[in-house]
Design a protein around this ligand. Structure first.
Ligand code: FAD
Ligand code: DHB
Length: 390
């Protein structure tokens, strides 16, 4: 088999890149080591920046997003028993975010891909990129015990943090930057009306809490938990009690509970691999970088990488220019590092760290006070939350 672009990974970055390429007449194949249902069973991000929505428009996969997504003009920062609204719309000259689950975005992109007839190979074992340091890269993989080879012009490594793409590069060709946080997030999904019409990010002496949603009848809630915590130790009742304790009283009283139908713990990490291009292999999304979820940036960063890579590939095939490909890594990383900084800052400001002393605590309180009383500081937060331009 031959394709102009071979994409490893059928997560949001691989599917979005594939759809943009297909729309532009550039043939591509996507391989994933797992199946469609497994991918659609993963509950992850929920906040889309306007830039991400525009890319989904361009990929012609946004019809349901526009019908069912919930535009949000602001969110609350809760601390000291009170709410402080961050007016995203007012502070950014009219920008907003849209609440739409990553699972739904993935489902829409998969449906568009099926309609367009572009090939996807699920349950592909031992996917391996080869020859990307030369002019004739190719992938090998196995399916049902049979070995296959795909020749291509370029390989897009959209295979997440644990994927094979980054690991296939010689160790000394990539520099990694990493910070692991000393806590995780315990998240639940439940069929209940959200406690508030906008998201609440709560800083509390017992730890961080986040009230999010997927729709007006489905809520997504998270609480900070120790890293060694096990999901089995958290009954629904224990989770709801702990969430209530971390919210201002009026929200705690309004919280509607029900049996959860998803419960999981995610570790928090910041990670960047440089460069994001190695010959004819391009790293995209979580394959190249991870942010802690506090700033709602992971999925949106994957989308901005896709924008840079798609534009560069379109320029290569349509204008016979490699200028975009040559600056892909530098352009993507400039935006990545700003989102890494923002996500680290939000995480540091909103969580309780096990080794926090009285001085650190006072600094955190001063930061929240400044942030919610200075228009300049609130504007900087809002500008980053709605997404920096790309
Ligand atoms: P992925 O979604 O990881 O997709 C990679 C794909 O590659 C997968 O389908 C995988 O099966 C496939 N793959 C992996 N290895 C191979 C291989 N060897 N061969 C073939 N295929 C392979 N972001 C937020 O903004 N908010 C959140 O609340 C949030 N929660 C998260 C919770 C968890 C548990 C995780 C892991 C991430 C979370 N994120 C969140 C981050 C966000 O979901 C990611 O940034 C986003 O999924 C990145 O998309 P991606 O396509 O780059 O990678
Ligand atoms: C969600 C996750 C986040 O990390 C965040 O900052 C906001 C919302 C969510 O899953 O809905």
């Amino acid at each position: 088999m031959r394709a102009q672009v071979a994409i490893i990974g059928s997560g949001p970055s691989g599917l979005l890149l594939g759809q943009l390429l297909t729309e532009a007449g550039i043939d591509n194949v996507i391989l994933d080591r797992v199946g469609k249902d497994y991918i659609l069973g993963r509950v992850r991000a929920g906040v889309l920046e306007e830039g991400t929505v525009r890319l989904l428009d361009q990929a012609k996969a946004s019809e349901r997003l526009h019908a069912e997504g919930l535009p949000h003009d602001g969110f609350s920062l809760a601390f000291d028993g009170r709410d402080h609204r961050i007016d995203l719309h007012g502070l950014t000259g009219g920008k907003r975010v849209v609440i739409y689950g990553q699972t739904e975005m993935t489902r829409d992109l998969m449906a568009r891909r099926e309609e367009s007839g572009a090939p996807t190979i699920y349950d592909a074992a031992n996917v391996q990129p080869h020859g990307f340091d030369g002019d004739a890269p190719y992938l090998t993989y196995e399916r049902d015990g049979v070995s296959h080879r795909i020749d291509c012009d370029f390989i897009a490594g959209c295979d997440g943090f644990h994927g094979v793409s980054r690991k296939s590069v010689p160790e000394k060709a990539v520099r990694s930057f990493e910070k692991v946080y000393p806590f995780g997030w315990l998240g639940v999904l439940a069929e209940v009306t959200p406690v508030n019409h906008e998201l609440i990010y709560a800083n509390h002496p017992r730890g961080f809490a986040l009230c999010s949603m997927r729709s007006m009848t489905r809520s997504r809630y998270y609480i900070q938990c120790p890293l060694d915590e096990k999901v089995e130790g958290w009954s629904d009742d224990r989770f709801w009690d702990e969430l209530r304790r971390r919210l201002p009283a009026h929200h705690a009283e309004a919280l509607v509970t029900a049996p959860s139908f998803e419960k999981s713990i995610a570790p928090l990490r910041s990670f960047v691999a440089e460069p994001m291009r190695l010959g004819r292999l391009f790293l995209v999304g979580d394959a190249a970088h991870i942010v802690p979820p506090t700033g709602a940036k992971g999925l949106n960063l994957a989308a901005s990488d896709v924008h840079y890579l798609f534009s560069a590939l379109a320029e290569h095939y349509q204008d016979r220019s490699n200028a975009g490909l040559d600056v892909y890594s530098a352009h993507a990383l400039a935006r990545v590092w700003k989102a890494v900084r923002f996500s680290w800052w939000m995480t540091t400001m909103m969580h309780r760290f096990p080794d926090t002393n009285d001085f650190d605590q006072k600094i955190q309180e001063a930061e929240l006070d400044y942030l919610t009383h200075s228009r300049a500081a609130s504007t900087a937060l809002a500008e980053n939350y709605v997404g920096l331009p790309f």
